[in-house]
Design a protein around this ligand. Structure first.
Ligand code: ADP
Length: 363
């Protein structure tokens, strides 16, 4: 039986999985299990049995690694307890990740389990990029800019070493534009700054989340309108962003196809805020050598890429229309002051590589 690595991304109602060859890390298959916990793991076992593989390591996508984890961690009881301790920092995601880990440990006894964190990649940032202008005691107890989507950034930064070796050492902004969206300033493969902060709400607008928002709005909703905390939470995580602003859809494709003025406004808001964040992150890098688009919108929407770069023309950036329309890897014009690229992300592959590194290391 060939040896395989299983990656799991446990959410509120589904578990996304992928199977990789343990030695070559070639992807064998991926899919979504429409259930959670023990019943999801029964399905995952069935998938592995049908595929005829022996699972030698399981990698888990974990949203929060707090200030402790800057690299993937082999899961034992103590690590699992630490992950549960981060639930207050990510109450909407972390509990599902923890449930997935517990179920996988029971379903795959004796198999190495590795936690891979969305926050870990950002642990290289300077303190000034990690802090808010709040009383210091709050920073000390964990009210910080953690930054997320780290597995995607790590994968894309690694891919640059192959597709654009010169850029891999340079000053690059990676724009992860999916239904969740954020951007990261990367220098020499390391995170320098990011748009997401303490939670996954901050930064650029998303499908259903607003991106940067004056906290005064939250105080108004709570104090003047009398909304409950859970109502505000639902508003910010599920009803805002492209969906809230357009009143139509959280899907960029629907908005681009619509003639409704509110759809056009939502797209314009998205493009404008993204362009401004690129310039902000370029300042954090002291210049810009590359802009890399990734994730659903970033990989597939030439229109959105062209519109974002058009707002960065003053920085000397330019996109070649036909290369952009063909989703080529390099889409910038020859005269563009920074290269503009499209690099598909693969968070699962990043997790599988981490599992292999952890399980192959001498213990
Ligand atoms: P997730 O964050 O859920 O992993 P993805 O990275 O898969 O999301 O991105 C999903 C989003 O990508 C969809 O909501 C959709 O808005 C957008 N998208 C996918 N294909 C296109 C396209 N061709 N044009 C514009 N947007 C697209």
């Amino acid at each position: 039986m060939s040896k395989a690595i299983l990656t799991l991304n446990a959410g509120s109602s589904t578990v996304k999985y992928a199977l990789f060859d343990a030695a070559t890390r070639a992807e064998r298959q991926r899919g979504t299990l429409e259930e959670t916990g023990a019943s999801a793991m029964a399905k995952a076992l069935e998938v592995c049995r049908t595929a005829g593989v022996e699972v030698v390591g399981v990698g888990h996508r974990v949203v929060h690694g707090g200030t402790r984890f800057s690299t993937p961690a082999r899961i034992d009881d103590e690590v699992l307890a630490a992950l549960e301790g981060f639930v207050p920092l990510a109450p909407l995601h972390q509990p599902h990740n923890v449930t997935g880990i517990k179920a996988a440990r029971a379903a795959f006894p004796g198999v190495a389990q590795v936690a891979c964190f969305d926050t870990a990649f950002h642990r290289t940032r300077a303190e000034v990029e990690e802090t808010y202008a709040l009383p210091r005691a709050l920073f000390d107890e964990g009210v910080r800019r953690f930054g997320f989507h780290g597995l995607s950034y790590e994968y894309v930064a690694g891919a640059l070493r192959t597709v654009a070796p010169a850029l891999a050492k340079a000053r690059v902004v990676i724009a992860h534009l999916g239904s969740g969206a954020s951007m990261c300033a990367v220098r020499d493969g390391q995170s320098v700054a990011s748009t997401m902060g303490f939670s996954t709400l901050d930064g650029v607008p998303m499908g259903t989340r607003p991106g940067a928002l004056d906290p005064g709005v939250v105080l108004y909703l709570l104090g003047q309108k009398g909304l409950s905390v859970s109502q505000v939470e639902a508003l910010l995580y599920k009803e805002s962003g492209l969906k809230g602003l357009s009143g139509l859809s959280n899907d960029m494709r629907t908005l681009l196809a619509s003639e409704a003025p509110q759809a056009a406004l939502a797209v314009e808001y998205f493009v404008t805020r993204c362009a401004r964040e690129v310039a902000s992150l370029a300042t954090a890098l002291g210049g810009l050598d590359g802009l890399v688009f990734t994730a659903g919108i970033g990989e597939r929407s030439s229109v959105i890429r062209a519109r974002i770069v058009a707002q960065l023309e003053w920085l000397g950036l330019g996109v070649d229309a036909s290369a952009n329309d063909r989703n080529e890897t390099v889409i910038s014009t020859a005269s563009s002051r920074a290269q503009v690229l499209v690099v598909p992300t693969n968070e699962e592959r990043c997790i599988a590589d981490a599992v292999a590194a952890v399980t192959d290391a001498p213990s």
